[in-house]
Design a protein around this ligand. Structure first.
Ligand code: TYD
Ligand code: MG
Length: 450
């Protein structure tokens, strides 16, 4: 017998509590609780294909590889760990206009062997057709369905039995038995739960699209992250041409991998070698730039860090960073001031990461410091030099993970020198590149600006 009760939900992290609270104990967000009516005893328990009903020794479980389906994009396949796993639910999040619908329509168009059901709740069938014409490719095996009612969608999906289902977007779908409007926390959760059940029971992989705003959004896909198997997130400047798709959760592969795309007149183009696009085309001799050798997941690549240091016009100096944590920039500037005697307190500092990338790899610290010093002294760093090192509070330069792979990638791209921490350990000396080891900032300055 179905009964209904009321629970309270954090719209930021999705945690559920029996009563309202001002601050969410789980994520610390204020005023994020919304009320939700739940029907107990109505939803069927979820069954996972291949699940066992009894506990069994782990060693007896056969360890065959997951069954994967290859999608129409090499980069998306790589991001997922070698194709999409059958029966998995993948959430693709990103700000409106970033290219989620474009990419998800390109997947079936580029893989005509894959029978796909593309459900759109935002655009009419005609609009999708127009976009498909623009994108090109083979549309013969792609079914389009403009619908928002989940029970109809699931019934049609079961009938059509495709190889892949794409649902665009979670905010527009609704379940009839949930009494709130589409896009509310309860609808979003129920839509995702139904799709998960469908995916697990049919073995058909589902890609679910969700809008997310810069602020992390109310009732957005954030609350779905623990329900789904994989979360892919689109990042980048809407105005810029480059888009980064990042894997932030993956039950079947590694996270922190990323794929770079370029938005063109005919859809998203895969950028297989991001270094080539992120390294400057300009002539040698510009000050304020430094190249960082960074790592995303498993793939090393190089990109340019740009800094501009100028005398502060107003009383307080401005600090601004695009693609880099401004608090970390402040910390690095404080280290430069206190540990190496560079007086930057009265200077405006602007920092920019090439290609609209958002960088979290601490190995980028060294390049940031070098770009700032280069701009400050108007001294250009030779264009065949790159950096990989973390900077500590006492001005020491710390080693970074997989330094050898970074150095090898730099050598491949024609760099002649890489600056790393003195404490870096190489199993094998990188070939074709000079490794300069520096222990702290004064040593770096001596070696670089001599
Ligand atoms: P879209 O995929 O609809 O974004 P989302 O689904 O994430 O909201 O479109 C993103 C933008 O890309 C849109 O402003 C138009 C642009 N665009 C191109 O530049 N070239 C193209 O071939 C397509 C299809 C879109
Ligand atoms: Mg869209």
């Amino acid at each position: 017998m179905a009964k209904s009760k009321t629970v309270w939900f954090c719209s930021n992290c999705g945690n559920e509590y029996p009563k309202w609270m001002g601050k969410c104990p789980a994520c610390g967000e204020w005023n994020s609780f919304v009320e939700k009516e739940v029907v107990t005893g109505k939803t069927a328990p979820m069954s996972i294909p291949g699940a066992s009903r009894k506990p069994m020794p782990l060693k007896d479980v056969s360890s065959s590889q997951e069954d994967r389906v290859s999608l129409g994009s090499k980069e998306v396949d790589r991001l997922l760990g070698g194709g999409i796993v059958k029966g998995s639910l993948v959430l693709m999040g990103g700000e409106p206009g970033i290219g989620k619908s474009t990419l998800s329509l390109q997947l079936p168009l580029n893989s005509p062997n894959l029978k796909t059901l593309y459900v759109t709740g935002e655009e009419s069938v005609k609009q999708v057709k127009m976009r498909a014409d623009r994108l090109g490719g083979d549309a013969s095996n792609c079914l389009i369905f403009s619908e928002t009612d989940m029970s109809t969608i699931i019934a049609e999906a079961e009938k059509a039995a495709p190889d892949l289902v794409i649902v665009d977007s979670v905010q527009t779908m609704y379940c009839q038995h949930v009494e709130s409007t589409a896009g509310s926390v309860s609808q979003i959760k129920e839509v995702a739960a139904q799709l998960l059940r469908f995916a697990k029971s049919s073995g058909i992989p589902v890609i679910l699209i969700g809008h997310i705003t810069k602020e992390g959004t109310i009732a957005g896909p954030k609350i779905l992250e623990h329900i789904v198997d994989v979360v892919l997130q689109f990042e980048g400047e809407n105005r810029g041409a480059y888009r980064v798709l990042r894997s932030i959760k993956n039950r079947f592969g590694s996270t922190s991998e990323l794929a770079v795309f370029e938005m063109t007149g005919t859809g998203l183009r895969e950028v297989e070698n991001p270094s080539e696009m992120l390294i400057p085309m300009h002539e040698e001799g510009l000050s304020g730039t430094a190249i960082s050798a960074m790592l995303d997941g498993n793939r090393p690549f190089l990109f340019e860090v740009q800094a501009l240091v100028s005398s502060a016009v107003y009383g307080t100096a401005q600090r601004s960073a695009t693609g880099f944590d401004v608090r970390r920039l402040n910390m690095l500037l404080a280290v430069l001031e206190r540990r190496a005697g560079f007086k930057l307190g009265q200077k405006d500092v602007f920092l920019n990461m090439a290609g609209g990338l958002r960088i979290t790899d601490p190995a980028c610290d060294l390049a940031v410091i070098c770009a700032v010093l280069s701009s400050n002294f108007d001294y250009s760093i030779p264009s065949d030099v790159c950096f990989a090192g973390e900077v500590g509070l006492s001005g020491e330069i710390r080693p970074v993970s997989q330094a050898a792979r970074r150095a090898t990638e730099a050598a491949r791209l024609g760099f002649k020198r890489i600056f790393v921490s003195s404490y870096t350990h190489f199993d094998r000396k990188p070939q074709g590149i000079e490794v300069v080891k520096v222990a702290d900032i004064p040593a770096l300055v001596r070696a670089l600006f001599k």
